[in-house]
Design a protein around this ligand. Structure first.
Ligand code: PLP
Length: 374
């Protein structure tokens, strides 16, 4: 297990298979694999390479630093970055041929300046808020921003290559808000084309919409979660969608010891042994991204048995009550994985701690080594 007694094993064959499957769902639309937040915890560069190998024509990130890291790693394909603040180093991104989101008029002004400084038009995707109530402009303000962008295009400073939006409730199958957002998007696209934008890509589908709403695929879909083999749809298993979870988090037991009945376990003694038993220490804690809400709630697997975490998750350690089994120091512990061998899944963890599978994989700490297979 090397210096660190835990690891996240990431199956790149699963990533490739998931991207290939998503391309089937996308049909004639292109696929943008969303690799923000260190590829949802899976590792930016290895995942990006695997996604490209499987035919992802685009990569999507939130931060400029993530886009620049892709370029530094040698990625030369289309990359879109959609989150930055006033004063960000946009010139560096324009020079690196990174497509930029324009969510607000100030951003358009800064993109123009950056393009003028670099001496090359910036490729921009205008963000319309079709109902998410987050980034982008609502339709009236968006139209003003659109006209400014088209003017900047005439000046040779930008190329309006995309119009995009984000869906708020696509994970609720057949939710009427998807249709409402779609209608606003269609109107935004119509106005853009009428104003003279020569759009390469119109896009608003996340994983859930990629899997369930072909009508909103347009030219490009942007699946994040599904790239990693996790399901965005409540009650639908990844396998039912043709997806395979790519991450397995495992560790080993570092201390196993006999204790009497009545032994309080971990901070606050929120778990007390009921009979003479054995406790086992797992060297992972909230400093590794294990949610503290998993205390006395989430299960892990050791030697074919599942155990609920006993007592509170500490910063670096958690404890199991492994009484009645032959668990021993050095035994492998699986926190979550694809579920093939009866181990819990990221979805099981999300259910146990009251969150979503996205958060379980993405929050895994940077200090846990990633190991790549496949
Ligand atoms: C703008 C945008 N597009 C696409 C995605 C991918 O979403 P999902 O992981 O649900 O597929 C995200 C993630 O939140 C996003 O912010």
């Amino acid at each position: 297990m090397s210096y660190y007694p835990a690891r996240a094993v990431v199956d790149l064959a699963a990533i490739r298979a998931n991207v290939a499957r998503l391309r089937e769902y996308a049909a004639t639309a292109q696929v943008m694999a969303v690799v923000k937040a260190d590829a949802y915890g899976h590792g930016l560069v290895p995942v990006a390479r695997a996604a490209r190998e499987a035919g992802a024509a685009w990569l999507g990130v939130a931060q400029l630093s993530e886009a620049l890291a892709l370029r530094a790693a040698g990625d030369t394909g289309r990359v879109l970055a959609w989150l930055y603040g006033p004063g960000a180093p946009l010139a560096e991104c324009v020079a690196a041929e990174i497509d930029l989101s324009v969510p607000a008029p100030w951003a358009l002004a800064e993109v123009r300046e950056a393009a003028a400084a670099v001496g090359r038009p910036a490729r921009v995707h205008l963000k319309i808020d079709t109902g998410m109530g987050r980034s982008g402009q609502l339709l009236p303000a968006w139209t003003d921003m659109l006209h400014e962008a088209v003017e900047a295009q005439r000046d040779g400073l930008v190329r309006v290559v995309g119009v995009f939006s984000h869906l708020a409730r696509a994970d609720e199958v057949d939710h009427p808000s998807v249709r409402t957002q779609f209608d606003v998007f269609a109107e935004a696209v119509r106005r853009a084309e009428e104003a003279g934008a020569d759009l390469e890509v119109r896009h608003l589908a996340n994983s859930a919409a990629t899997l369930t709403e072909p009508a909103v695929h347009y030219d490009l879909v942007r699946p994040g979660l599904a790239t990693y083999g996790l399901s965005p749809l409540p009650g639908r298993e990844p396998a039912q969608l043709g997806l395979r979870p790519a991450m397995r988090v495992e560790s080993q037991l570092v201390v196993v010891k006999d204790v009497p009945a009545g032994q309080g376990v971990s901070y606050g003694h929120t778990y007390t042994t009921r009979s003479d038993t054995r406790l086992a220490v797992v060297p992972l804690g909230y400093g590794d991204g294990v949610p503290r809400h998993a205390s006395n709630a989430a299960e892990v697997q050791v030697g074919g048995h599942r155990f609920r975490i006993a007592g509170r998750v500490c910063m670096d350690q958690l404890v199991l009550d492994v009484g009645g089994t032959s668990a021993a120091e050095g035994d492998r512990v699986v926190l979550f994985g694809p579920g093939d061998d009866g181990e819990p899944t990221a979805q099981d963890w999300a259910d146990a701690v009251g969150t979503i599978n996205y958060e379980i994989v993405t929050r895994l700490g940077a200090r846990v080594p990633r190991e790549y297979v496949g």
